[in-house]
Design a protein around this ligand. Structure first.
Ligand code: PGA
Length: 260
């Protein structure tokens, strides 16, 4: 796991966008794993800007999203289908039949989940997976206690996640209790991983992910097992790291370190 620290949200978004653009420039038909939430919004904005101003091309790209709430139709403004359309897909030249997001409305989850896994494989596997982290250490909707070998499945959300995400809904009772999510095992099969975190409320989860033991109680700590995981943090999210000086030293002296 490599840790990069930048002063603020704009910088981490720019660094992440540059890394994703490098993947696309090297492999125009790359498969991207995408995330929702507040964290990747700046990254999507920057990729949209690169598409508009620099011709970054998504024509051959395929995407797989991490998760979706159960019970929300794609037209629901709180659904992740809607989020992705509004905040990213509508603004780039991606083919709609190259977009995969778990279905929140399928009547047959038992068939859907293995199908989703198979589609990822058939498309050649994920080249780079974007991740945020929950304040409880989750990745996608893999809540504390999720098996580190879990696959795409139906998952009950933790109370903390429902509380954290209630800011997007009119009332807390409106937050769905179930989601369909890629598993930790699914995520670990991506060729590379890019986890972004910003803000003080992520600092404890980030420190446990990077410097704590690998444990299903902090599902993000499984990234320690991945050979190519980059963690990009703003100042506040990095504030509880014990080895911060070391990461900054490496970042300053490593020729291949990404720069904002
Ligand atoms: P956030 O969510 O980006 O909205 O903070 C991250 C997550 O829960 O994975």
């Amino acid at each position: 796991m490599e840790v990069f620290i930048a002063p603020g949200y704009e910088q981490i978004s720019r660094i992440a966008a540059r890394i994703v653009a490098d993947v696309l420039n090297a492999k125009p038909n790359a498969v991207l794993g995408l995330a929702t939430g507040s964290t990747p919004l700046g990254l999507y904005k920057e990729l949209i800007r690169m598409h508009r101003d620099e011709g970054l091309d998504f024509a051959q790209v395929t995407t797989f999203n991490l998760d979706e709430y159960v019970g929300l139709a794609p037209t629901n403004t709180q659904s992740y289908h809607y989020f992705m359309r509004e905040n990213f897909f509508e603004h780039i030249n991606i083919a709609t039949d190259h977009i995969y997001i778990p279905s929140g409305t399928t009547s047959n989850y038992h068939a859907f989940c293995p199908w989703y896994e198979r589609r990822i494989e058939e498309c050649g596997g994920i080249d780079i997976q974007i991740l945020g982290i929950g304040s409880d250490g989750h990745i996608a909707f893999n809540e504390p206690g999720s098996s580190l070998r879990s696959r795409t499945r139906l998952k009950t959300l933790a109370k903390q996640t429902i509380e954290d995400n209630s800011r997007f809904f009119e009332q807390p009772e409106d937050v769905p209790v179930y989601a369909i999510t890629m598993g930790v095992g699914t995520i670990l099969e991506s060729r590379s991983i890019l986890l972004l975190a910003n803000g003080e409320n992520k600092a404890s989860a980030v420190a446990q992910m990077v410097e704590g033991p690998v444990t299903s109680m902090i599902p993000a700590s499984a990234l320690q097992l991945h050979p190519a995981a980059d963690v990009i943090l703003d100042d506040a999210a990095a504030s509880q790291l014990k080895m911060r000086d070391y990461y900054e030293w490496v970042q300053q002296n490593k020729p291949s370190a990404p720069r904002s």
